[in-house]
Design a protein around this ligand. Structure first.
Ligand SMILES: CC(C)(COP(=O)(O)OP(=O)(O)OC[C@H]1O[C@@H](n2cnc3c(N)ncnc32)[C@H](O)[C@@H]1OP(=O)(O)O)[C@@H](O)C(=O)NCCC(=O)NCCS
Length: 196
């Protein structure tokens, strides 16, 4: 998939430093092959509850390889946050392959436990919204389960609204079924709220 001029410009300002509310500074970068091991280490450090519901099981190096292949093909665009050598979080947008849903992207956003509630999720989502807009996306979806109350509240604060509840759509790592809450965000309706 070719990279358009507007996408080139949206991804041109990296790496860039952002300040967290506790005073730490993290560096945002566009993801690449060299991030593979850091991603696996980051995923393996996530709380058990998050691991249970990881949409893609990135504790497995093969799953990360698959992700990075999608990045190389242009189907996925991702931003990764580092605190020094340690990965602090990521935001990624996957484009829908079918033509009739080509204006819809799926957002996955995960912040490491030690970095939560410091504004990193908001920084990452703001940046990925810019990229989504440059890709011509009109709508972003974010999928979670009703159990993930904190994530639903956080995505609500980021401007997402719950749009669908799909029964028994999710099987967690323990083989238990859960409903899926699909939250959506209107990319064109974005205001600068994400940066405030
Ligand atoms: C959801 C998640 C990405 C939020 O990241 P974060 O860095 O903690 O978020 P921020 O500090 O930037 O907060 C963003 C907004 O959400 C609110 N928020 C964050 N966590 C919250 C929680 N548990 N409950 C209620 N609101 C919350 C913040 O107050 C903030 O709103 P405000 O700026 O208007 O005050 C993070 O909790 C996470 O990684 N969760 C696990 C992964 C996940 O479930 N992802 C969802 C599926 S894609």
């Amino acid at each position: 998939m070719s990279v358009t001029k507007s996408t080139e410009s949206a991804i041109s300002g990296y790496p860039q430093a952002v300040a967290l509310s506790d005073g730490r500074s993290v560096e945002l970068r566009i993801i690449g092959q060299s991030d593979r091991d850091a991603i696996v280490a980051f995923a393996r450090n996530l709380p058990e509850q998050d691991l249970l519901f990881l949409r893609v099981d990135i504790t497995r190096p093969e799953a990360v390889d698959n992700w990075l292949t999608n990045v190389a093909s242009g189907a996925t665009t991702s931003i990764i946050a580092y605190d020094g050598e340690q990965m602090a979080g990521f935001a990624t947008v996957d484009r829908a392959p079918a033509r009739w849903t080509r204006r819809v992207g799926e957002l996955r956003l995960t912040v490491g436990h030690d970095y939560r509630s410091q504004g990193l999720g908001r920084h990452l989502s703001s940046k990925i919204f810019d990229i989504a807009r440059s890709l011509g996306l009109k709508k972003l979806t974010a999928n979670m389960t009703p159990d993930q109350r904190g994530a639903q509240a956080a995505f609500g604060r980021l401007g997402f609204t719950a749009e669908a509840l799909l029964t028994d759509f999710v099987e967690d790592r323990n083989g238990n079924l859960h409903d899926l809450v699909m939250m959506t965000f209107d990319v064109d309706g974005l205001t600068d709220h994400a940066l405030q």
